[in-house]
Design a protein around this ligand. Structure first.
Ligand code: AMP
Length: 291
């Protein structure tokens, strides 16, 4: 079913799996390379950069907009997660997206739905410890989207470092025939990573939220200055976060870029990762640091 009332003329927007399958099948029949950009909507320049990358590398670009209830915990912000379909469709059209799939919840999870992707390892650390079940929901919906929209290539942001690692692992483990591209984090000029949740920050919290990217840069600076004991660096990151009013760090640490395990000493390449609550808004960020 298309959405004629909110859908800009150049864009096809559909809510049904059968409709998006037919659209993608037609593109593939024409010999076109199909790129997929999964999102939860409330689009910003970070999402648009993924669409741009897909536009550059593919002939036909599909974006999905679906706020996935299965990746939110019972106390999390599923209900108040920002939603603005009309603006999102306009932005997709401007970004050169060919088709948007925005299914209602029951199209993705019909009554009786009981199958999930369970992942150990990567899904149990960092976000997995603070958001139990989150990556089970993410991996499940992403695999389902890959089945519904059989693309050649799918685009994810480095902003969600653990998420892209998990999706790459899932595709390897389950032999999912899709290439995964990871695009750089888009930031505000002052360094704050763009996030759909930034709209929840009041003026003071918006300033305080800068402590996340500052903690990452502190780690990079300490490593470039020759720090070797990462426990010390980690403590300094946490201190920077927790000494900022309204900020409470869930974690601030340095991990191996592949296993996501905490590391004690500097590697040629590591990832600084932070998660913090700023007021009631939970934000994450990360930075790859090369020695
Ligand atoms: P979301 O709508 O938050 O689920 O994000 C959809 C996709 O956009 C994910 O692959 C995110 O990693 C990516 N993304 C979110 N924020 C950014 C950003 N600031 N820069 C680049 N990609 C992003």
């Amino acid at each position: 079913m298309s959405s004629p009332s909110v859908c800009p003329p150049a864009l096809t927007a559909v809510e049904r799996i059968a409709a998006i399958r037919a659209i993608v099948a037609a593109a593939r029949d024409r010999g076109e390379r199909v790129g997929l950009v999964p999102t939860m909507g409330a689009l910003h320049a970070g999402h648009l950069s993924l669409m741009q990358a897909a536009r550059n590398e593919c002939d036909f670009v599909v974006a999905t907009i679906f706020v996935n209830p299965k990746q939110f915990g019972p106390q999390e912000d599923f209900r108040k997660y920002p939603r603005d379909l009309a603006t999102d469709l306009r932005l997709c059209a401007e970004a050169g997206v060919d088709a948007v799939f925005h299914p209602p919840t029951e199209e993705v999870y019909p009554p009786g739905f009981t199958s999930f992707v369970e992942m150990g390892g990567l899904s149990e650390v960092l976000e997995g410890r603070f958001r139990p079940g989150h990556f089970r929901g993410v991996a499940t919906v992403v695999l389902k989207l890959f089945q519904m929209v059989p693309a050649d290539c799918a685009y994810f942001g480095q902003k969600d470092y653990q998420q892209q690692a998990i999706i790459r692992r899932m595709c390897g483990d389950l032999n999912v025939p899709i290439e995964i591209r990871v695009c750089p984090t888009i930031r505000e000029p002052d360094g704050l990573a763009l996030s759909s949740r930034n709209v929840f920050l009041n003026e003071a919290e918006r300033k305080a939220a800068l402590s996340l990217s500052r903690a990452l840069h502190l780690a990079r600076q300490k490593i470039s200055e020759g720090a070797t004991d990462l426990h010390v660096v980690r403590d300094e990151m946490r201190q920077l976060l927790n000494s900022t009013p309204t900020v409470h760090a869930d974690y601030a640490t340095l991990v191996d870029p592949d296993t996501l395990e905490e590391i004690a000493t500097v590697l040629p390449r590591q990832v600084a990762v932070v998660a913090a609550r700023v007021g009631v808004t939970r934000l994450i960020d990360n930075l790859i640091i090369e020695k």
